[in-house]
Design a binder for this molecule. Sequence first.
Ligand SMILES: Cc1ncc(CNC=O)c(N)n1
Length: 218
Amino acid sequence: MGTIETWMKKHSLLYTGATNHPFIHSIRDGTIDLSSFKRWLGQDYIFVRAFVPFVASVLLKLWKESDESSDMEVILGGMAALNDELAWFKKEASKRGVSLSDIVPHKANIRYCSFLESLTSTEVEYTVAITAFWAIEAVYQDSFAHCLEEDSKTPAELKETCERWGNEAFGQYCRSLREIAKRSLEKAPDGVVSKAEIVFLRVLEHEVEFWNMSRGET
Ligand SMILES: Cc1ncc(CNC=O)c(N)n1
């Protein structure tokens, strides 16, 4: 059994907590209030701005540490998509009257962004960073895909947001990242695999905190 498959079984409660959070349920059942959505939008814009340099650091580690040449295209493609994503946040914010330049980062967001920054250190192995990258993307894919399911009551004005991360192409991209992480973990020494597992769990915890914050709970 693959390392990631094992982790998913072992930590399924936490993974489900991150991907079936009450914030996501409230989108899925149409009970979300607009203020929560706007809070999430502004905070996520700040997060994505910190995510870009993190992805750049993954590319740098790949170039230095990995011989798997096709991995670069996948990660570079992800980075290019973040360019569109930042433009989308700006458009969406202006449509909803959210001023992105006035957003004050929330504590949970600051903690998550600092965690990302800590992973950019040259001391952190490529295997560990690519595992985090996959987990961060996979949580959004699985979460927002729930909001697009057959029986969901996602409000029409939130469909576009859910499709951004819940669409099939993003799903395929996440499967590619998982495959890259899986192969890297297979070749890594036990100590690095252990570090990657801890980082995987930290990502899930940060994602749960991020949703809590978006609901206005912390
Ligand atoms: C908090 C959080 N986690 C994951 C993502 C998805 N990655 C890039 O958009 C995101 N936007 N925000």
